[in-house]
Write a protein that binds this ligand. Sequence first.
Ligand code: GRF
Length: 232
Amino acid sequence: MLHLAKFVHLTSVLSFVRRLDYQICVTQMGEYRLGILGSGKGSNMVAIAEACRAGRIPAQIAIVLSDVAEAGILQQAERFGVPFAHIPPGKYRTKLDEDAERSYIERLTEARVDLIVLAGFMRILKGDFLKAFANRVVNIHPSLLPAFPGLEAWKQALDHGVKVTGCTVHFVDQGVDSGPIVAQQTVSVHEADTPQTLHARIQQAERELYPKVLGALAEGRIAVKGRQTIWR
Ligand code: GRF
């Protein structure tokens, strides 16, 4: 019965693929492997790990990597019993140097990841990394893109005076926060908001949105055609 379910799932996924440019996930259910990269405290990683445990994301976290040795995300990975490693970023401030980039690619390849999930990774990923994992890198950004790309998006939103902001899950391309948008969740801006209070509400929305999107990706329910992402 289980076999038949898998077969039916795979057949419908494959026929879906034929109608689109490419499919993000063609893998058997439950075997989808996530590689998570982060530099911060890891609240998104915790939400993802809890959703994997609860079966809301039919996937497992294969590895967690960080460029910051003392990052909370690594401690959280340890707490969840997930493999993790610190890989130093090398000589640049905002991106990985060539050796570091190679090490990240090697570790993620060894871990046989299907999807790279950026969760507060503070380095720009370019060239070889994106070639190695073409169309398989997603990110969460704390604004409704294309508004307010880059750093401290919640502060940019507040300074601009918008009434609604939110968060966006998008595929990663060569630009800054510019890849195809997969999903967005809105957050109202209150008159009394400070950057801290607004950021906290956006992060709460992130912890709801990211697991939902990763669940759909792991189930093969999202495909990309040009800039459009298609859910079914
Ligand atoms: C999130 O707010 C995300 O939008 C940004 O980095 C932050 C990471 O937070 N890209 P955490 O480490 O997941 O708590």
